[in-house]
Design a binder for this molecule. Sequence first.
Ligand SMILES: [Zn+2]
Length: 342
Amino acid sequence: MADPALYLLAHGVQHLAGKPDRRPSLTRRALLRATGGLGLLGALTLPAAGLFSPAQAALPFSEVADGVYVRYGVHEEVTAANCGAIANIGFVVGEDSVAVIDTGTTHSQGMSLRAAVAAATDKPISHVINTHVHFDHCFGNAAFSALTVPIIGHKNLPRALADRGTFYAELLTDLCPDFAGTTVVAPTATVAETLDIDLGNRPLRLTAWPTAHTNTDLTVFDGRTGTLWTGDLVFAERLPTLDGSINGWLTVLDSLLPENVRQIVPGHGPVSDGRAALDAERAYLEALRDGVRQALADDLDIPDALARLDSDDWPGWPRDWQVVENVHGRNIVSAYTELEWE
Ligand SMILES: [Zn+2]
Protein backbone atom coordinates (compact mmCIF):
# COMPACT_ATOMS: atom_id res chain seq x y z
CA MET A 1 0.00 0.00 0.00
CA ALA A 2 1.44 3.31 -0.99
CA ASP A 3 -0.82 5.43 1.17
CA PRO A 4 -2.76 4.30 4.20
CA ALA A 5 -5.76 6.45 3.35
CA LEU A 6 -5.88 5.03 -0.16
CA TYR A 7 -5.45 1.58 1.28
CA LEU A 8 -8.42 2.26 3.48
CA LEU A 9 -10.44 3.44 0.50
CA ALA A 10 -9.58 0.24 -1.28
CA HIS A 11 -10.62 -1.87 1.66
CA GLY A 12 -14.16 -1.13 2.46
CA VAL A 13 -14.89 2.52 2.91
CA GLN A 14 -16.32 2.68 -0.59
CA HIS A 15 -19.00 0.28 0.61
CA LEU A 16 -20.25 3.01 2.91
CA ALA A 17 -21.16 5.34 0.07
CA GLY A 18 -24.85 6.08 -0.34
CA LYS A 19 -25.70 5.98 3.35
CA PRO A 20 -24.32 9.27 4.53
CA ASP A 21 -26.52 9.38 7.59
CA ARG A 22 -24.76 6.40 9.15
CA ARG A 23 -21.46 6.60 7.42
CA PRO A 24 -18.46 6.78 9.72
CA SER A 25 -16.30 9.64 8.59
CA LEU A 26 -13.50 8.78 6.23
CA THR A 27 -11.08 10.41 8.60
CA ARG A 28 -12.21 8.28 11.49
CA ARG A 29 -12.09 5.07 9.54
CA ALA A 30 -8.80 5.99 7.92
CA LEU A 31 -7.26 6.60 11.28
CA LEU A 32 -8.64 3.41 12.72
CA ARG A 33 -7.26 1.48 9.80
CA ALA A 34 -3.95 3.29 9.87
CA THR A 35 -3.48 2.78 13.57
CA GLY A 36 -4.38 -0.85 13.54
CA GLY A 37 -7.58 0.02 15.33
CA LEU A 38 -5.78 1.06 18.46
CA GLY A 39 -8.20 3.85 19.10
CA LEU A 40 -5.84 6.69 18.42
CA LEU A 41 -8.60 8.88 17.11
CA GLY A 42 -10.40 9.00 20.41
CA ALA A 43 -7.25 10.30 21.96
CA LEU A 44 -6.79 12.97 19.32
CA THR A 45 -9.59 14.95 20.86
CA LEU A 46 -7.71 15.27 24.12
CA PRO A 47 -5.64 18.37 24.73
CA ALA A 48 -1.97 17.59 24.48
CA ALA A 49 -0.70 20.38 26.66
CA GLY A 50 -0.28 19.64 30.33
CA LEU A 51 -0.99 15.93 30.07
CA PHE A 52 2.43 14.64 29.29
CA SER A 53 4.21 12.58 31.84
CA PRO A 54 6.86 10.02 30.91
CA ALA A 55 4.71 6.90 30.90
CA GLN A 56 7.74 4.64 30.76
CA ALA A 57 8.95 5.91 34.11
CA ALA A 58 5.77 4.65 35.74
CA LEU A 59 5.98 1.24 34.10
CA PRO A 60 8.77 -0.77 35.66
CA PHE A 61 10.08 -3.95 34.16
CA SER A 62 9.13 -7.24 35.81
CA GLU A 63 11.24 -10.40 35.64
CA VAL A 64 8.60 -12.96 34.61
CA ALA A 65 11.02 -15.89 34.22
CA ASP A 66 14.75 -16.30 34.74
CA GLY A 67 16.31 -13.55 32.63
CA VAL A 68 13.01 -12.55 30.96
CA TYR A 69 11.90 -8.97 31.62
CA VAL A 70 8.64 -7.33 30.60
CA ARG A 71 7.28 -3.80 30.77
CA TYR A 72 3.52 -4.09 30.65
CA GLY A 73 1.60 -1.69 28.48
CA VAL A 74 -1.50 0.00 29.81
CA HIS A 75 -4.97 -0.86 28.55
CA GLU A 76 -5.73 2.61 27.28
CA GLU A 77 -6.16 4.28 23.95
CA VAL A 78 -3.08 6.13 22.78
CA THR A 79 -3.04 9.49 24.57
CA ALA A 80 -0.71 12.41 24.99
CA ALA A 81 0.05 11.08 28.46
CA ASN A 82 0.92 7.47 27.59
CA CYS A 83 2.28 8.29 24.12
CA GLY A 84 1.74 4.74 22.94
CA ALA A 85 3.26 2.90 25.92
CA ILE A 86 0.39 0.45 25.60
CA ALA A 87 2.14 -2.73 24.42
CA ASN A 88 4.29 -5.20 26.31
CA ILE A 89 7.98 -4.76 25.55
CA GLY A 90 11.06 -6.27 27.14
CA PHE A 91 14.22 -8.30 26.84
CA VAL A 92 15.90 -11.67 27.41
CA VAL A 93 19.34 -11.97 29.02
CA GLY A 94 21.81 -14.68 27.97
CA GLU A 95 25.30 -15.48 29.26
CA ASP A 96 26.90 -13.30 26.60
CA SER A 97 24.32 -10.77 25.48
CA VAL A 98 20.76 -9.47 25.48
CA ALA A 99 17.93 -9.53 22.96
CA VAL A 100 15.40 -6.72 23.12
CA ILE A 101 11.90 -7.73 22.05
CA ASP A 102 9.83 -4.77 20.88
CA THR A 103 10.86 -1.22 21.58
CA GLY A 104 7.78 0.89 22.34
CA THR A 105 6.47 3.91 20.47
CA THR A 106 9.06 6.63 21.01
CA HIS A 107 12.77 7.26 21.13
CA SER A 108 12.50 8.02 24.84
CA GLN A 109 10.66 4.76 25.55
CA GLY A 110 13.44 2.94 23.71
CA MET A 111 16.01 4.79 25.79
CA SER A 112 14.18 3.75 28.95
CA LEU A 113 14.31 0.18 27.72
CA ARG A 114 18.06 0.49 27.21
CA ALA A 115 18.34 1.85 30.75
CA ALA A 116 16.34 -1.10 32.08
CA VAL A 117 18.68 -3.52 30.31
CA ALA A 118 21.70 -1.76 31.80
CA ALA A 119 20.11 -1.92 35.26
CA ALA A 120 19.46 -5.66 34.94
CA THR A 121 22.78 -6.83 33.47
CA ASP A 122 26.19 -5.72 32.29
CA LYS A 123 25.81 -7.83 29.11
CA PRO A 124 25.55 -5.85 25.88
CA ILE A 125 22.51 -5.76 23.65
CA SER A 126 23.20 -7.96 20.62
CA HIS A 127 19.80 -8.13 18.91
CA VAL A 128 16.67 -5.98 18.64
CA ILE A 129 13.57 -7.89 17.54
CA ASN A 130 10.30 -6.42 16.27
CA THR A 131 7.19 -8.57 16.55
CA HIS A 132 5.26 -6.56 13.89
CA VAL A 133 4.61 -3.25 12.20
CA HIS A 134 2.40 -1.48 14.74
CA PHE A 135 4.07 1.59 16.17
CA ASP A 136 3.56 0.65 19.79
CA HIS A 137 5.91 -2.29 19.17
CA CYS A 138 8.65 -0.94 16.94
CA PHE A 139 8.95 2.85 16.83
CA GLY A 140 11.36 2.79 19.77
CA ASN A 141 13.86 1.27 17.31
CA ALA A 142 15.21 4.79 16.95
CA ALA A 143 16.89 4.43 20.34
CA PHE A 144 18.85 1.40 19.17
CA SER A 145 19.99 2.43 15.71
CA ALA A 146 23.31 3.77 17.02
CA LEU A 147 24.23 0.43 18.61
CA THR A 148 25.13 -1.24 15.29
CA VAL A 149 23.30 -4.42 16.27
CA PRO A 150 20.83 -6.14 13.97
CA ILE A 151 17.21 -5.05 14.17
CA ILE A 152 15.26 -8.12 13.12
CA GLY A 153 11.71 -8.35 11.77
CA HIS A 154 9.41 -10.38 9.56
CA LYS A 155 10.35 -10.37 5.88
CA ASN A 156 7.34 -8.13 5.18
CA LEU A 157 8.21 -5.58 7.84
CA PRO A 158 10.49 -3.25 5.83
CA ARG A 159 7.81 -2.80 3.19
CA ALA A 160 5.05 -2.36 5.74
CA LEU A 161 7.02 0.33 7.58
CA ALA A 162 7.80 2.08 4.32
CA ASP A 163 4.11 2.12 3.51
CA ARG A 164 2.82 3.27 6.87
CA GLY A 165 5.67 4.70 8.90
CA THR A 166 5.36 8.31 7.82
CA PHE A 167 1.62 8.33 8.33
CA TYR A 168 1.90 6.87 11.82
CA ALA A 169 4.67 9.31 12.66
CA GLU A 170 2.60 12.31 11.59
CA LEU A 171 -0.32 11.20 13.73
CA LEU A 172 1.89 10.64 16.74
CA THR A 173 3.72 13.93 16.27
CA ASP A 174 0.38 15.70 16.46
CA LEU A 175 -0.70 13.72 19.48
CA CYS A 176 2.09 13.55 21.99
CA PRO A 177 5.09 15.70 22.86
CA ASP A 178 7.11 12.64 23.85
CA PHE A 179 7.16 11.54 20.21
CA ALA A 180 9.40 14.47 19.24
CA GLY A 181 12.73 13.30 17.86
CA THR A 182 11.46 9.82 17.05
CA THR A 183 12.27 8.54 13.58
CA VAL A 184 11.03 5.38 11.90
CA VAL A 185 13.85 2.83 11.80
CA ALA A 186 13.35 -0.25 9.65
CA PRO A 187 14.79 -3.68 10.44
CA THR A 188 18.24 -4.45 9.13
CA ALA A 189 17.66 -8.21 9.02
CA THR A 190 14.53 -10.17 8.20
CA VAL A 191 13.06 -13.61 8.80
CA ALA A 192 11.22 -15.50 6.07
CA GLU A 193 10.45 -18.65 8.07
CA THR A 194 12.57 -19.22 11.19
CA LEU A 195 15.81 -17.85 12.56
CA ASP A 196 17.81 -19.21 15.51
CA ILE A 197 19.98 -16.84 17.48
CA ASP A 198 22.02 -17.48 20.63
CA LEU A 199 22.64 -15.05 23.46
CA GLY A 200 25.14 -17.39 25.12
CA ASN A 201 23.67 -20.67 26.34
CA ARG A 202 20.36 -19.05 25.58
CA PRO A 203 19.00 -19.94 22.14
CA LEU A 204 15.99 -18.05 20.82
CA ARG A 205 13.91 -19.18 17.88
CA LEU A 206 12.24 -16.47 15.80
CA THR A 207 9.28 -17.58 13.69
CA ALA A 208 7.67 -15.55 10.91
CA TRP A 209 3.95 -16.34 10.54
CA PRO A 210 1.57 -16.11 7.61
CA THR A 211 -0.79 -13.13 7.66
CA ALA A 212 -2.81 -13.10 10.89
CA HIS A 213 -2.94 -10.05 13.22
CA THR A 214 -0.88 -8.29 10.53
CA ASN A 215 1.24 -9.48 7.61
CA THR A 216 4.39 -8.95 9.71
CA ASP A 217 3.85 -11.20 12.76
CA LEU A 218 6.98 -12.66 14.33
CA THR A 219 7.21 -14.70 17.56
CA VAL A 220 10.23 -15.33 19.78
CA PHE A 221 10.64 -18.56 21.75
CA ASP A 222 13.04 -18.82 24.66
CA GLY A 223 13.66 -22.54 25.04
CA ARG A 224 15.34 -22.27 28.39
CA THR A 225 12.22 -21.06 30.18
CA GLY A 226 9.60 -22.17 27.65
CA THR A 227 8.54 -18.54 27.19
CA LEU A 228 6.92 -17.50 23.92
CA TRP A 229 6.73 -13.81 23.07
CA THR A 230 3.64 -13.83 20.86
CA GLY A 231 3.52 -10.19 19.85
CA ASP A 232 -0.05 -9.28 19.00
CA LEU A 233 -0.90 -12.80 17.86
CA VAL A 234 -2.28 -12.95 21.41
CA PHE A 235 -4.12 -10.14 23.11
CA ALA A 236 -5.12 -10.72 26.73
CA GLU A 237 -7.77 -8.51 28.36
CA ARG A 238 -7.46 -5.82 25.63
CA LEU A 239 -9.65 -6.45 22.58
CA PRO A 240 -7.67 -7.87 19.64
CA THR A 241 -7.28 -5.59 16.64
CA LEU A 242 -7.61 -7.22 13.23
CA ASP A 243 -5.22 -5.73 10.70
CA GLY A 244 -4.33 -8.82 8.68
CA SER A 245 -6.62 -11.77 8.07
CA ILE A 246 -9.29 -13.19 10.35
CA ASN A 247 -9.12 -16.60 8.68
CA GLY A 248 -5.35 -16.50 8.71
CA TRP A 249 -5.26 -15.55 12.38
CA LEU A 250 -7.56 -18.40 13.39
CA THR A 251 -5.35 -20.81 11.45
CA VAL A 252 -2.19 -19.51 13.14
CA LEU A 253 -3.78 -19.94 16.57
CA ASP A 254 -4.10 -23.68 15.87
CA SER A 255 -0.33 -24.11 16.00
CA LEU A 256 0.84 -21.18 18.09
CA LEU A 257 1.14 -22.92 21.47
CA PRO A 258 2.77 -26.36 21.25
CA GLU A 259 3.33 -28.23 24.50
CA ASN A 260 6.82 -26.87 25.07
CA VAL A 261 5.39 -23.37 25.50
CA ARG A 262 5.03 -23.01 29.26
CA GLN A 263 4.18 -19.33 29.38
CA ILE A 264 3.52 -16.50 26.97
CA VAL A 265 4.26 -12.82 26.92
CA PRO A 266 1.30 -11.53 24.90
CA GLY A 267 1.45 -8.29 22.96
CA HIS A 268 -0.98 -6.80 25.45
CA GLY A 269 -2.04 -8.11 28.84
CA PRO A 270 -0.61 -10.33 31.55
CA VAL A 271 1.86 -13.16 31.25
CA SER A 272 0.19 -16.55 31.63
CA ASP A 273 0.40 -20.11 30.31
CA GLY A 274 -1.47 -18.69 27.35
CA ARG A 275 -4.17 -21.30 26.98
CA ALA A 276 -7.10 -19.37 28.45
CA ALA A 277 -5.97 -16.18 26.72
CA LEU A 278 -5.79 -17.94 23.39
CA ASP A 279 -9.21 -19.55 23.93
CA ALA A 280 -10.77 -16.18 24.73
CA GLU A 281 -9.21 -14.60 21.67
CA ARG A 282 -10.31 -17.48 19.46
CA ALA A 283 -13.87 -17.20 20.80
CA TYR A 284 -13.98 -13.50 19.91
CA LEU A 285 -12.51 -13.99 16.44
CA GLU A 286 -14.81 -16.92 15.67
CA ALA A 287 -17.87 -14.96 16.80
CA LEU A 288 -16.74 -12.03 14.67
CA ARG A 289 -16.15 -14.27 11.65
CA ASP A 290 -19.48 -16.03 12.04
CA GLY A 291 -21.36 -12.80 12.64
CA VAL A 292 -19.87 -11.16 9.56
CA ARG A 293 -20.51 -14.24 7.44
CA GLN A 294 -24.16 -14.18 8.51
CA ALA A 295 -24.37 -10.46 7.70
CA LEU A 296 -22.98 -11.20 4.24
CA ALA A 297 -25.39 -14.09 3.81
CA ASP A 298 -28.19 -11.68 4.73
CA ASP A 299 -26.91 -9.26 2.08
CA LEU A 300 -26.11 -6.51 4.57
CA ASP A 301 -23.76 -3.75 3.47
CA ILE A 302 -21.11 -2.49 5.88
CA PRO A 303 -23.24 0.14 7.68
CA ASP A 304 -25.97 -2.42 8.27
CA ALA A 305 -23.44 -5.04 9.36
CA LEU A 306 -22.05 -2.47 11.81
CA ALA A 307 -25.52 -1.66 13.07
CA ARG A 308 -26.10 -5.33 13.82
CA LEU A 309 -22.71 -6.40 15.16
CA ASP A 310 -21.32 -3.22 16.73
CA SER A 311 -24.12 -3.28 19.27
CA ASP A 312 -24.32 -4.77 22.71
CA ASP A 313 -27.54 -6.40 21.61
CA TRP A 314 -25.45 -8.73 19.50
CA PRO A 315 -24.68 -11.97 21.40
CA GLY A 316 -21.05 -11.86 20.27
CA TRP A 317 -20.46 -8.34 21.61
CA PRO A 318 -17.03 -8.34 23.33
CA ARG A 319 -18.32 -7.44 26.79
CA ASP A 320 -15.47 -9.15 28.64
CA TRP A 321 -12.74 -7.12 26.90
CA GLN A 322 -11.12 -3.74 27.52
CA VAL A 323 -10.57 -0.86 25.05
CA VAL A 324 -13.48 -2.01 22.90
CA GLU A 325 -14.76 1.34 21.67
CA ASN A 326 -13.69 2.02 18.06
CA VAL A 327 -11.77 -1.27 17.88
CA HIS A 328 -14.67 -3.69 17.56
CA GLY A 329 -16.32 -1.69 14.78
CA ARG A 330 -13.07 -1.48 12.92
CA ASN A 331 -12.62 -5.25 13.26
CA ILE A 332 -16.06 -5.75 11.74
CA VAL A 333 -15.07 -3.66 8.72
CA SER A 334 -11.79 -5.56 8.36
CA ALA A 335 -13.48 -8.94 8.58
CA TYR A 336 -16.23 -7.86 6.18
CA THR A 337 -13.80 -6.73 3.50
CA GLU A 338 -11.97 -10.05 3.77
CA LEU A 339 -14.91 -12.40 4.00
CA GLU A 340 -16.97 -10.82 1.23
CA TRP A 341 -14.53 -12.44 -1.19
CA GLU A 342 -15.01 -15.97 0.15
ZN1 LIG B 1 -0.45 -4.93 16.81
